[in-house]
Design a protein around this ligand. Sequence first.
Ligand SMILES: C[S@@+](CC[C@H](N)C(=O)[O-])C[C@H]1O[C@@H](n2cnc3c(N)ncnc32)[C@H](O)[C@@H]1O
Length: 275
Amino acid sequence: MSEIGIKESENKIYGYDEELWYLVLRSQNKTGERDIGAIDRYLRTHSPGKEILDLGCGTGRISNMLAGMGYSVTGMDLSSRCIGEAKRLAQELGVSKNVTYIVGDYRELGPVSGKKFDAALCILAPAWKSIDEATSVFGNLALHMRDGAILLLRETVKERFLASLSAAPSVQSWFRVAGDILCLHAWHYYCMESRVTTTKEFYRRRGKDFEYIARVEQEYVLRSIADYSAALERAGWDVVEIANESVDLLEPEKYNDPWWLFSALIVAKLGGRRA
Ligand SMILES: C[S@@+](CC[C@H](N)C(=O)[O-])C[C@H]1O[C@@H](n2cnc3c(N)ncnc32)[C@H](O)[C@@H]1O
């Protein structure tokens, strides 16, 4: 049993018990209007069509909004708990006819073979431990896309991390309340190795109190925009734009989690070259 008293899942996602992961993502489901507005803008500017693949769609925060805007969306996530919530939300929003949800590992994409997409989103959902692994994921993804298709990759990068750190040194520890979940978060940066360790404690609101549910310790190696650009180019994608406004995409005044600010949105287009 995990600390939240739920049967331990085989599917640990980023070191989180699947049930905890689901609670955290569900608490963020109503966030990111600007994020989604920006995604829509990039799709309208660069995508050759409206067939969208959302890699690591979580609880459908983005997929369902895009479905409501008339895109035809396929959302894929490892977590069946998250996919269940994404489907429920699609029903609630009346967008089910425009969105299909699949439980699966997007490094393989077997369940969508035979279909070609105009755009793929990978929004804070990395499934790689090294840049070589990222190259192979982007290369495999290219096989499921139409020529001229685009990838919107939003990922934590060293440049944004350092820029945020210089703007607000106090971000080294903070708390965040989203929905009924309180997260206490502290991190440490090891500059020689570009490594970050984080400790998060999660609490759930119980009446006027908060009840402790879990503690998660994690470690990341921060890659740079140049690392990701090189991986994309090696896999046949041309980087066409690095979004400048990524720092305020999530309305930090409403969404008190600087970790999300440490990311860049990279727009890449599939050219004639294939991996
Ligand atoms: C931080 S959440 C982001 C969810 C969504 N993109 C959003 O912005 O709201 C990352 C999601 O990626 C999913 N994920 C991670 N690795 C995956 C993989 N290999 N295949 C499918 N989903 C994956 C996790 O289960 C998680 O739901």
